[in-house]
Write a protein that binds this ligand. Structure first.
Ligand code: GUN
Length: 286
């Protein structure tokens, strides 16, 4: 019998804990504060940024959205990042992705102060994750996925984890985190041959490709834990990268879309920003 992993409920539990930490920080005179830079008018990004803002508000944190036009240059964006880097009242800074075409993402992300890089996408934080060293921050969606897998109580060590998708924001970092948890990890992508056979050998399957209902139940091993990162609009409905109706008959645990990974990404972003605020307080008193 499949069990649905309720991401909203796990995220709510984490947010309850974070509310207490925000209260404590405020008692010490620190209000955790997140800045988000949004370049251009991508409708999905606007919704995601608004949700981040609402998330901050819901636990008593401050947030500030900096909107720049589609035509903004790399230099303009970097100037804004530098301004926020040196603003001591801001603890977390992220640049919403994807950036408009033609902008050099790497050049922009690597200007963010690693101490404020709550998205964990700065080269030094990603490099530390690659080396298995403690990164200052790790990317939010993969952190949320790890929490959801751990919430099932299954042991990750020794399991075969199959990750479908190789993005910098999900596929690569979740592969490294699963490896650090002693899983045997296979990364699949659009060029993988006999991909269904590979996926069918996964005890844990994480799918992050952005293609509606790509993975069907007949590609899922009996009893696998299935984590669906996709958020796709299909016929006015949100659907994942996994065909939920057929996959649920094979999986032991599965995340729904919406209500699975999505709420966890925001919870981890809030958590990272609070960790940054707690560090700033420690440094102040050191
Ligand atoms: N776009 C979609 N997800 C994310 C995320 O986690 N961080 C950033 N910066 N952009 C995103």
């Amino acid at each position: 019998m499949v069990r649905i992993i309720d991401g909203k409920s796990v995220a709510d539990g984490i947010k309850d804990d974070l509310r207490g930490r925000v209260r404590q920080l405020k008692e010490s005179g620190v209000v955790p504060n997140l800045s988000v830079i949004l370049v251009g008018g991508d409708p999905a990004s606007q919704v995601y940024v608004r949700n981040k803002e609402k998330g901050c508000e819901s636990i008593g944190m401050l947030s500030n959205i900096v909107c720049l036009p589609e035509s903004a240059s790399v230099d303009q964006i970097i100037a804004e990042i530098n301004r926020i880097n040196s603003d001591m009242s801001v603890h977390g800074l992220l640049v919403q992705l994807p950036l408009p075409k033609g902008l050099n993402e790497r050049a922009i992300l690597d200007v963010i102060s690693p101490e404020k890089d709550v998205d964990g996408l700065h080269i030094s934080n990603m490099g530390r994750l690659l080396k298995g060293e403690a990164a200052l921050f790790m990317p939010c969606t993969p952190q949320g996925i790890m929490e959801l897998i751990m919430s099932t109580g299954i042991s990750i060590s020794g399991k075969h984890a199959v990750v479908v998708g190789r993005s910098n924001i999900v596929g690569k970092p979740i592969s490294l985190m699963l490896l650090a948890a002693n899983a045997t990890v296979t990364i699949c992508h659009s060029k993988t041959e006999a991909i269904d056979n590979v996926i069918r050998s996964g005890d844990i399957v994480v799918v992050a490709v952005g293609r509606p209902k790509l993975i069907k139940g007949n590609s899922i091993k009996d009893g696998a834990v299935v984590i669906d990162v996709g958020i796709n609009r299909q016929g006015g409905k949100l659907v994942g990268d996994v065909d939920f109706d057929s996959a649920k008959d094979k999986a032991s645990y599965i995340t729904p879309v919406p209500g699975g990974v999505g709420p966890m990404t925001i919870a981890m972003l809030l958590k990272n920003t609070i960790i940054s605020a707690e560090r700033s307080l420690k440094n102040r008193s050191a």
